[in-house]
Design a protein around this ligand. Structure first.
Ligand SMILES: *[C@@H]1O[C@H](CO)[C@@H](O)[C@H](O)[C@H]1NC(C)=O
Ligand SMILES: *[C@@H]1O[C@H](CO)[C@@H](O)[C@H](O)[C@H]1NC(C)=O
Ligand SMILES: *[C@@H]1O[C@H](CO)[C@@H](O)[C@H](O)[C@H]1NC(C)=O
Ligand SMILES: *[C@@H]1O[C@H](CO)[C@@H](O)[C@H](O)[C@H]1NC(C)=O
Length: 289
């Protein structure tokens, strides 16, 4: 191609980029829309739109009112809804798609609704998918499972700021009859699920309209779910024997004492006495879900 031809193409590409609108993250399908047309409007290919929406059962048959994810950049602002917040987070794609697939888009797009969402990031979902031997597509296709698991992450009608949570406090979730319990014997904030697993709360107090969102390190998997979460593969748990030391356990597992203390809320960092024979120590973060 001639130098001028390349320059012309380049300018056309620039013009094209300038004329395409910034994708809105979430897009509501209008009647007469096609993937191709939606993509074109936002300078995305049909394949890019399809790939970004594994929650859609049949991408050839999109329906008016259906919500699509369009890859976008930038952050949501405080007044935006939970849905907007999730859509803008680059580490929350699976949760966002799960919300769409479960039919919770409207519930999480109400900026006036009070509520508290505990939001697991993509990495947390991948750990669970690995244990379930499921793909993201399998998960998104199982609406009943999704709905159950998502409800367990949401406390409706209450805005629970992290600092207001007290050790032992019950959190009533949208999953009827299933609570989360705050576990904060010291300053690290965790939530205990009804299977007794303790999950760390990480990024706290992100405002989303009248609601608040905290991220959690693992998916909160309820005991009564339709699918039992198999134990993690590999050596996840060390059963303490008489004479064990934290240092030796950490060394054998190729981890650190600090990491063990972080994962095992019953351990006191500076007190070897908290190590009791029979106690089960979680060795790796991926085992904590
Ligand atoms: C979005 O938020 C992240 C983390 O809070 C921050 O690092 C980043 O600079 C923000 N990006 C924009 C475009 O505001
Ligand atoms: C969320 O609500 C806003 C404001 O009511 C509306 O403009 C937007 O289309 C809604 N988004 C979705 C995905 O429902
Ligand atoms: C995981 O699923 C795949 C495909 O469904 C199957 O072939 C494989 O045997 C499964 N692996 C385990 C460990 O169950
Ligand atoms: C939390 O719920 C459990 C079981 O439902 C109950 O036994 C316990 O007393 C509750 N704790 C508080 C602080 O309300």
């Amino acid at each position: 191609m001639s130098k001028w031809g390349a320059l012309l193409l380049c300018s056309l590409a620039l013009l094209n980029a300038a004329s395409a609108a910034e994708p809105p993250c979430s897009y509501i399908v209008q009647s007469g829309d096609s993937l191709f047309a939606i993509g074109k409007e936002f300078d995305l290919t049909q394949a890019e739109v399809a790939d970004a929406n594994p929650q859609v059962d049949n991408i050839e048959l999109i329906q008016p009112g259906q919500v699509l994810y369009l890859p976008c950049s930038g952050n949501a602002s405080d007044g935006d809804s939970i849905l907007d917040l999730l859509a803008h987070r680059q580490d929350m794609h699976i949760l966002f798609q799960a919300v769409l697939a479960a039919g919770f888009a409207d519930m999480f797009n109400d900026t006036k609704a009070k509520g508290t969402l505990f939001a697991p990031g993509d990495e947390a979902w991948f750990q669970v998918l690995d244990r379930l031997n499921m793909t993201v597509g399998d998960l998104l296709a199982d609406k009943e499972l999704l709905s159950t698991v998502l409800k367990y992450h949401y406390a409706p009608e209450v805005v629970l700021e992290a600092q207001s949570l007290e050790n032992g406090q019950n959190i009533t979730t949208a999953l009827t009859g299933e609570d989360l319990v705050v576990y904060k014997p010291r300053d690290i904030l965790r939530l205990a699920t009804n299977t007794g697993k303790k999950v760390r709360v990480v990024d706290m107090d992100m405002p989303a309209g009248a609601a608040v969102v905290h991220t959690v390190k693992n998916v909160l998997w309820p005991a009564n779910s339709l699918l039992e979460l198999p134990p993690p593969s590999g050596d996840c748990v060390h059963v303490v024997k008489a004479g064990d030391t934290l240092f030796q356990i950490a060394k054998d597992a190729k981890t650190t004492v600090d990491a063990l203390v972080e994962l095992n809320p019953d351990l006191e960092p500076d007190n070897g006495q908290s190590l009791q024979p029979g106690m089960e120590l979680i060795l790796f973060p991926s085992c904590a879900a």
